[in-house]
Write a protein that binds this ligand. Structure first.
Ligand code: SF4
Length: 318
């Protein structure tokens, strides 16, 4: 007889408006232009999304040297540095920008702050492509990256009386608050966004998980290893002492994760497709007498328009 397992399916979960839009952009380009279509970096950080698009004729590149002249080139949802944008513009390419509007908002803020003479701090994770894009809005040295409260102690700032911070969009709400508190303590004059730049989708998925934690022994997070917001969901659970695992596909779920577990939370990062959530539910139902219940924290209704480069094109090119 199968063991009973209560499964709270967290909501909101999965695709956010920025990911939906970025995938729509690529799909639209596949309708309009003959393949291959080039995308700088993975369009969103999800293995299945990337593989599905690759099969349809999308080529993902890190380096613009790998894009031939005359090609269609899409910038991923994470955004690009000025240098990448300028290099792409200097080439005979058809450029389409799928940068999430919420990332673009941070870029615009960086330019405004620089123009007004602020020393700028970015709270984010070194090496993440969004951070590279935001840091790269200004010449080298124009933005200082801070990852954790301890980094704040080591900061050297030319104008502590005129300093501002921005943040990566997919951080942990709690850890970011700690870094902001450390910045405010050391630089009382610091200014920043109203709360932070962590996007609505990251916040809603984290808040839903937090609200669930009292009910569950284990959190299952669907997402790829390079997905920042998915990793943060795992961390939110672990910080509260609840076991949590991140996986791309239900095949990866290990039997030992479920030892002594009666109640599970199931969520998905902002770039994880809903069909993988359904496949995970099916796998849980196969292994257990699974009792599913939706746990909704809030509704989401945000949608973004397609980029202007696509707005005027309606029929396939010959
Ligand atoms: S996670 Fe947030 S910032 Fe990133 S694509 Fe989605 S809405 Fe945009």
């Amino acid at each position: 007889m199968k063991r009973t397992l209560k499964v709270y399916v967290s909501a909101p979960r999965g695709f956010c408006a920025g990911v939906d839009r970025a995938i729509d952009v690529v799909e639209k380009c596949l309708e309009l232009f003959p393949p291959p279509i080039y995308v700088r970096h993975e369009i969103v950080h999800n293995r299945f999304v990337v593989e599905r698009l690759r099969r349809k004729g999308v080529v993902f590149v890190e380096n613009l040297d790998d894009v031939p002249d005359g090609a269609v080139l899409i910038f991923s949802a994470h955004g690009v540095s000025r240098a990448v944008r300028e290099e792409a513009k200097s080439r005979p390419l058809r450029l389409i920008d799928a940068t999430c509007p919420l990332v673009t908002k941070v870029h615009l803020e960086v330019h405004r702050l620089a123009k007004e003479g602020y020393d700028i701090i970015l709270i984010g994770h070194a090496g993440h492509v969004e951070v590279e894009g935001t840091m790269g809005q200004l010449p080298p040295g124009g933005i200082t990256l801070v990852q954790k409260p301890a980094d704040v102690e080591r900061l050297e700032v030319a104008h502590p009386e005129k300093i501002a911070y921005v943040t990566q969009t997919t951080l942990s709400i709690d850890e970011t608050s700690e870094v902001v508190a450390a910045l405010k303590k050391r630089f009382p004059a610091i200014t920043g966004p109203h709360k932070n730049d962590i996007c609505y989708a990251t916040q809603n998925r984290q808040n839903a998980v937090k609200a669930l934690l009292g009910k569950i022994d284990l959190l299952l997070v669907i997402g790829s290893q390079n997905s920042s917001n998915s990793n943060r969901l795992v961390e939110v659970a672990r910080a509260a002492g609840v076991s949590a695992y991140l996986f791309d596909h239900p095949d990866e779920m290990k039997a030992e994760w479920f030892e002594n577990v009666e109640s599970v939370g199931l969520t998905a990062g902002a770039s994880a497709p809903e069909d993988i959530v359904e496949a995970t539910k099916a796998e849980l139902a196969e292994r257990f007498d699974a009792r599913f219940e939706e746990f909704r924290y809030t509704e989401e209704s945000i949608e973004f328009n397609l980029p202007k480069e696509l707005a005027h094109i309606s029929s396939p090119e010959s």
